[in-house]
Design a binder for this molecule. Structure first.
Ligand code: NAP
Length: 233
């Protein structure tokens, strides 16, 4: 039987205190060029890359393969030259003027919920390849992943944040692997986003359980890989 959803990886660069951006929440390169290369190499292993609405608006984010070198790596792995690009925006609030919509390099799908007003939907339909209504109050992420697997043949999906989308995926037990680059900085600030925000797990017993599977230090950064234990899925 065909698996019902893709294998899901999350990749994030965080400071030593777990922050993924300063309190102003605009994009800031927390990681080095090496970390960026690590991200693009991870993209060469997946069919689709996914982000939340606030992440894709936070800077010049295009979510593409990253250039000819990475495209060649994708083709060698028998993947499409470019990854599919997937956005999650329950209320359809994602800015249709965001940089990603100026790049037509690969299909852009946007998952919204039934809460998204018709006016917003019309604007998003004009800039995306497909706008998919999936879920009543918020995007039903399990169903959305099922649609990606079934309709777009997405076998591996890389989620690149932000904290709110990551938390929902973790809460619903939809994450298989976490790639965290720990960068040698400390930002602080209660309003600075972290790798998993949202409402948070209220009880430790409910927290996502992780198993470290790989770590390496390169320069001053720690590249770590964690498996999300099946009991928290
Ligand atoms: N350092 C890193 O590696 C890294 C990576 C990515 C992002 N970032 C930073 O993280 C920040 C953004 O993170 P964030 O947590 O604020 O936002 P986010 O997770 O990128 O986006 C949140 C939005 O996504 C939509 N969303 C998420 N889950 C949903 C669900 N289950 N159902 C419906 N909609 C859902 C909602 O859109 P609607 O409002 O339209 O409903 C929500 O407002 C930025 O500062 C960015 O630069 C850092």
């Amino acid at each position: 039987m065909k698996p019902q959803r893709p294998f899901v990886l999350i990749n994030m660069a965080m400071t030593a205190d777990g922050k993924i951006a300063p309190p102003h929440r605009r994009f800031a390169p927390i990681g080095s060029r090496r970390d960026h290369d690590n991200l693009l190499r991870l993209r060469t292993t997946v069919d689709a890359v996914m982000c939340g609405a606030r992440t894709v608006e936070s800077g010049n984010i295009t979510m593409d393969a990253g250039g000819a070198r990475y495209e060649r790596q994708r083709l060698a792995k028998r993947l499409n030259r470019q990854n599919l690009r997937v956005l999650v925006s329950g209320s359809g609030s994602v800015d249709p003027g965001a940089a990603i919509f100026k790049s037509r390099i690969s299909p852009i799908l946007i998952f919204v919920s039934s809460q998204a007003p018709a006016k917003r939907l019309a604007k998003l339909k004009a800039v995306a390849d497909e706008v998919i209504v999936c879920g009543a109050k918020s995007v039903a992420l399990g169903q959305a992943l099922g649609r990606l697997r079934r309709d777009w043949n997405v076998k591996r999906l890389l989620c690149e944040g932000g904290g709110e989308l990551n938390f929902e995926l973790l809460r619903l037990g939809l994450v298989d692997e976490l790639h965290l680059t720990i960068c040698p900085r400390l930002i602080g600030g209660r309003d600075a986003p972290t790798i998993a925000d949202g409402a948070g797990f209220q009880r430790l017993a409910k927290a996502a359980k992780l198993e470290p599977v790989a770590q390496r230090r390169t320069g001053d950064e720690l590249f770590t890989t964690w498996r999300v234990r099946p009991e928290s899925r």
